[in-house]
Design a protein around this ligand. Structure first.
Ligand SMILES: Cc1ncc(COP(=O)(O)O)c(C=O)c1O
Length: 381
């Protein structure tokens, strides 16, 4: 099987360790185990439970109480319809590995997490990209979706909230997509790794599985709950589909780590506390970036409505990869080039990994822009 290199992952793996001001990170400021346990108020109890734990495979499809807690993140999901996975990335993998047959017609939004369109392509699907554009606030154009699906579609892939743009489809919008999918009998896979990080209370958005009967949703402890190192994610969807996924998961996963699941369980028992912490971080941080954008004449963005990432447009005639390499070699500021999302003159910023780093990174970015101006780098036509 041939597969394209994963642009963002390759970029991060290659350069992240050289970064001084990492404003490419997509998690909300990661928690330490101690912070998690302190926040739970049950530190001694949890530690005793973990140290006494016999390190077996544990519950094959996921700890039953953890599956119950994950189900509470949805309005119509039963615990038996949740499977835990090693991160959201494995949840996406399992969903695509289960749904996609060679020759299937798949439509995926773009830009987005590359796995969502490169994996179905590798699995033999015919993938069309539904381009998200700034003039549309990075929301899908529904007429284009209808046009792309007019000769049939097997699977529509969404990412809500969207990485990299921070765009958010609300319930009404998801219902419209569900209607298009329903008419075609298509599956919808919605990667919801950032759901729960809607910046405004009134923007809280349901999962696609609570909107459409043939939808699959994937989620994760990494971003919203600041626990990427647990490598814990999940997927949910209709019962028959989950049975099919479980059958395939036996070949790849067996079970997730018991200790990881035990800590994820503590986090979800305390989800309100973690969400309050994380929402305050993302709300404050997005304003820091927005004010900075307003102060930079040749930078613009569509202010994100959710998540931890934003897509910055820059009006300097310099390819994005060269821009990012020069930037961190100049002062250690680290961003992701738009090239990793097949878009030139864009940069992905991750703004929720610490305010000090963010401020320093933006200063570094400004001083690099002054350098470009001094060198007389022109505007893009
Ligand atoms: C949209 C999206 N989905 C899934 C993932 C995978 O994350 P994890 O495997 O840590 O849950 C990421 C990570 O960046 C992401 O941005």
């Amino acid at each position: 099987m041939k597969i394209k290199p994963f642009g963002v992952e390759e970029w991060m793996n290659k350069y992240e360790m050289e970064a001084v001001y990492n404003i490419a990170e997509t998690c909300v400021d990661s928690l330490t185990v101690n912070e998690l346990l302190e926040l739970s108020g049950k530190k001694e109890e949890v530690l005793e439970e973990i140290t006494k734990m016999r390190v077996t495979y544990g519950n094959i499809h996921g700890h039953p109480h953890l599956r119950e807690l994950i189900a509470t993140l949805y309005s119509s999901v039963k615990p038996e319809n949740v499977l835990t996975t090693t991160g959201g990335i494995s949840a996406n993998f399992l969903a695509l590995f289960t749904i996609v047959e060679p020759g299937d017609k798949v439509i995926s939004v773009a830009p987005t997490y590359q796995q969502l369109y490169s994996l179905p392509e590798a699995l033999g699907a015919e993938v069309s990209l539904l381009q998200l554009r700034p003039e549309n606030n990075f929301l899908p154009n529904l007429e284009e979706l209808k046009e792309l699906s007019k000769d049939g579609v097997d699977l529509i892939i969404l990412n809500n909230p969207n990485n990299p743009t921070g765009a958010l489809m609300d319930k009404g919008f998801l219902e419209k997509i569900a209607e298009i999918a329903r008419q075609k009998g298509a599956w919808v896979l919605c990667d919801e790794a950032y759901r729960g990080l809607e910046h405004k209370e009134e923007d809280k958005t349901p999962s696609m599985v609570d909107v459409y009967e043939k939808a699959v949703a994937t989620g994760s402890m990494s971003k919203v709950f600041s626990l990427a190192g647990l490598r814990l994610g999940w997927l949910t969807g209709p019962s028959e589909f989950i049975r099919e996924c479980a059958l395939r998961r036996d070949y790849t996963t067996i079970s997730c780590g018991q200790i990881d699941e035990a800590l994820a369980l503590v986090a979800l028992e305390n989800k309100d506390k973690i969400l309050a912490r994380n929402l305050s971080i993302v709300r404050e941080s997005v304003e820091i970036v927005d004010n900075w954008v307003k102060s930079e004449e040749r930078i613009s963005w569509v202010k994100p409505k959710a998540g931890t990432t934003g897509f910055l447009h820059y009006d300097y005639a310099k390819p994005s990869e060269e821009f990012c390499i020069e930037l961190f070699r100049t002062n250690g500021t680290f961003l992701v080039p738009g090239k990793c999302f097949d878009r030139e003159n864009w940069l992905r910023i991750g703004y929720a990994y610490g305010k000090e780093t963010l401020r320093k990174g933006l200063e570094g970015l400004s001083s690099y822009l002054r350098k470009l101006e001094k060198e007389g780098v022109g505007r893009v036509s």
